[in-house]
Design a protein around this ligand. Structure first.
Ligand code: GAL
Length: 675
């Protein structure tokens, strides 16, 4: 045959192959400018969650990771988020997001720091944490291995030795026997492919090796460990109803040049090693470890997951010369945005990940998705796109049951140390202060299905009973524990997901000049003369939205606004009032969920509650009761609307600064909270 004919045939075959690959594995790119991102629908039962891992947040762990940080002279995890000491207030943060699921991991090195010796106090703390979550209606999802384990286990060779799997199974069984009566959701191993490739191919994670032989052994042993764990827990009391699954990171690999067969080859190879072989393993029970040619059966592996956890972050563009260190930027498409981690934001890959795991025919949970974004300017869009695609996939009929945002708060990002911030809450690592980011507010809006309304603060009142202190300055501007009361109130409101506040400054409005609050859009409305609380509200009517949360500028009332607002929506009254029952003070009577009588001055024996200050108001109330001149909101509206005010019972302690003694107590409260 002539050489040119051969060349033509070869070229044609090449083209056919490329076209086949091209159409079989499309690299989807959505024109996001044409998408209505708010058009999402999630089932009632959808699990909304946030995720963390023990070593990344707890602080002061001694495990394979802390050892690796020392030997490689990496940034030390150190105190991390000091979550081991601050877990209760961190759970407040979860609750404030309105999510109802929380994924976290148990730190094996705390529980069995010495081989064979259980640390009962550590187990007890985890147990208390679980009880606490449940008491808040937050469903715990527990991960048994999230990259970290005790140093004695590592010294024995960790997962590289098949016999060592027994130790981890023993630990898992112990945990299940302690917590299984309350924890329904169990993740066996987090991202075995990341653990093996980072620890044994790239050497970026402990034990920092580069060996294909070890990689194969670790991969196989981890799959075996997962299968054994699944079977072991399932056979324990209550095991049948536990939901146990593997968490798989899906990395999408796309050829950099779609006409280049070598790029395709690389993409397919990596896809096989990183994704497919693991998923196929779960499906068939036979596992071909990355870089090995043969597959072999693993006992109990087939159908060893009740759900599949998908962790999704990005896609990688492949060439035979891809960087294997994080110092070199990965390739991206020109229109893509780089995240702080340098890889691109590629939400379309989440949808492709769902399709990759759907053959398993089990419920899918997004057990991690998030972005490293220091200034939080990309994360809101990241959340919107990924949730939009999740919603689309559900509409297409994929069985996606939940979404856990990575992460609750900024934390120790493994080899990257503290340089990558993934949190919905910003963490100041010097003070351990947490601040809700705009993206956190947005995620909470999705999780609760509501956007938080405007906050209106009656901030002009003078402290007649506070003596000299506030004859001339409004109480809300008096400094308590280092900052004005108003800042404390706004901080709480912002942490509850509110974005806008109208501040009614009374007639001393000039004193508020220059007042700002991070994360809150403030509008100040001043009165020309004294108008009373009702008059002040009416005076600001043009700035008020149809619904608003009404607060008093001298009260600090850290209640959950999302719950309050949900109650307002549910009961459909035009005013919902927070009522405390346990307070010694009374000023109202409520029955069957309604405030039926209110009086500030004539306290009756039948009174059984106290108006705590935080209420949700429909503007229509103001329109119908408003009058000219000076008038008091509470003394006019509450009595007249009695019977039609929803009483939202919430026993959260309420603080005010009405008298010097109360002010002192409030100061103490803030000071204690800080330490
Ligand atoms: C995942 C890992 C998490 C977190 C996240 C962000 O691979 O499970 O612990 O670090 O990546 O990079």
């Amino acid at each position: 045959m002539e050489w040119w004919l051969l060349a033509c045939i070869a070229l044609c075959l090449y083209l056919i192959l490329i076209l086949f690959l091209h159409y079989r594995t499309p690299e989807t790119h959505i024109d996001w400018s044409t998408i209505e991102l708010q058009d999402v629908h999630f089932p009632e039962s959808f699990a909304w969650g946030v995720a963390t891992a023990s070593h990344q947040i707890e602080g002061r762990n001694t495990n394979n990771w802390s050892q690796f940080e020392d030997t490689k002279d990496l940034q030390r995890s150190g105190d991390a988020c000091d979550h081991w000491n601050r877990w209760k207030t961190d759970f407040d943060l979860i609750e404030n997001l309105g999510v109802n699921h929380y994924r976290f991991s148990l730190e094996w090195s705390r529980i069995e720091s010495v081989e064979g010796v259980w640390d009962d106090s550590a187990i007890e703390q985890y147990s208390n944490m679980i009880d606490n979550l449940i008491s808040r209606n937050i469903e715990p999802m527990v991960t048994l291995h999230h990259f970290s384990h005790p140093t004695w286990f590592e010294d024995k060779g960790g997962f590289a030795n098949a016999e060592n799997v027994d130790y981890w199974i023993r630990f898992s069984e112990k945990m299940y026997s302690e917590l299984g009566d309350r924890v329904k959701w169990w993740c066996t191993i987090n991202e075995p492919a990341v653990f093996t490739s980072m620890g044994y191919v790239l050497g970026e994670f402990p034990p920092g090796k580069r060996s294909f032989k070890l990689t194969r052994a670790v991969a196989r042993n981890m799959m075996m460990a997962h299968a054994r764990c699944y079977r072991a827990l399932k056979s324990m009391p209550g095991g049948e109803s536990a939901q146990i699954g593997l968490v798989k990171n899906i990395n999408i690999f796309d050829p950099y040049r779609r006409w280049n067969l070598l790029h395709w080859f690389q993409a397919k190879l990596l896809d096989e090693m990183f994704n497919r072989c693991w998923i196929r393993g779960l499906e068939t029970g036979k596992f071909r470890a990355p870089s090995s040619l043969l597959s072999s059966k693993i006992d109990g592996l087939k159908n060893s997951s009740d759900f599949i956890g998908v962790n999704y972050y990005t896609h990688l563009l492949t060439t035979p010369f891809m960087p294997t260190t994080v110092e070199i930027d990965p390739l991206i498409r020109p229109w893509e945005t780089r995240t702080d981690f340098r890889y691109p934001m590629y939400a379309e890959g989440l949808h492709r990940s769902f399709h990759m795991v759907k053959s398993l025919n089990i419920p899918i949970y997004v057990t991690e998705n998030g972005v490293a974004d220091d200034d939080d300017d990309l994360r809101p869009e990241h959340i919107r796109r990924h949730l939009w695609l999740t919603s689309k996939a559900i509409e297409e009929g994929l069985d996606i049951r939940g979404f856990y945002h990575w992460s609750l708060m900024d934390n120790f990002e493994w080899a990257e140390g503290y340089t990558q911030r993934f949190g919905l809450y910003h963490v100041n690592y010097d003070t351990q202060e947490r601040t809700l980011k705009e993206s956190g507010k947005l995620y909470a809006d999705y999780a609760t299905g509501t956007v938080m309304p405007q906050v209106v603060i009656l901030a002009g009142g003078l402290g007649t009973r506070l003596g000299e202190l506030s004859k001339t300055i409004p109480k809300s501007l008096i400094s308590v524990s280092g900052k004005p009361m108003l800042s404390h109130i706004l901080e709480w409101a912002a942490g509850q997901g509110c974005r806008r506040a109208v501040i009614l400054t009374g007639h001393l409005g000039e004193q508020f000049e220059g007042f700002k609050h991070e994360g809150m859009d403030l509008t100040f409305v001043q009165e020309s003369e004294q108008m009373g609380t009702g008059g002040a509200l009416l005076n600001a009517i043009d700035y008020l939205e149809d619904e608003f949360i009404l607060l008093w500028g001298d009260d600090y009332h850290p209640v959950n606004y999302r719950r309050l607002y949900a109650a307002h929506k549910e009961h459909g009254q035009s005013l919902t009032m927070t009522v405390i029952q346990s307070d010694q003070l009374v000023n109202l009577r409520h029955e069957n969920g309604n405030v039926v009588e209110y009086s500030k001055s004539e306290i009756s024996d039948t009174f059984n509650g106290y108006e705590a200050g935080t209420s949700v108001v429909n503007k229509s109330v103001l329109v119908s009761f408003g009058k000219s001149k000076i008038w008091s909101w509470e003394e006019t509206v509450y009595p007249q609307l009695s019977g039609k005010i929803h009483a939202h019972i919430d026993e959260t302690p309420f603080w005010d600064m009405g008298t010097p003694e109360r002010l002192e107590r409030l100061e103490e409260f803030f000071d204690n909270r800080r330490s």
